[in-house]
Design a protein around this ligand. Structure first.
Ligand SMILES: [Zn+2]
Length: 105
């Protein structure tokens, strides 16, 4: 199933099954964002930041799955809060990579 966003780098429609994030130019596939960042700065620091971002994006997907599996209201609420934290972490990492890696050179 497709989201309503197309990727700012490859222009293809983004599917819900793909990892994606939002940066200064709009929505992007994680893989497109990663390739663009690595082409600007192929170093351990950029790789570490991209790896952290990938894991947060995977956590968002995982939490969305867990939320559909629990019935208990407290559990659902906690999982929703954790998912929002992962979204916040992903947004902060994307912003940092955008500023420090993508806009280099
Ligand atoms: Zn793309």
């Amino acid at each position: 199933m497709s989201t309503r966003w197309s990727c700012a780098i490859c222009s293809r429609q983004i599917s819900w099954s793909e990892l994606f994030t939002f940066y200064s130019k709009g929505a992007v596939h994680f893989t497109c964002f990663k390739d663009a960042a690595i082409s600007k700065a192929n170093n351990d620091e950029a790789k570490a930041l991209l790896d952290a971002l990938e894991n947060e994006l995977k956590m968002i997907v995982a939490y969305k799955g867990y939320i559909t599996m629990v019935k208990n209201d407290d559990a659902k609420r906690l999982l929703e809060e954790n998912e929002k934290d992962a979204e916040k972490h992903a947004a902060l990492l994307t912003k940092l990579i955008d500023r420090h890696v993508m806009q280099q050179g």
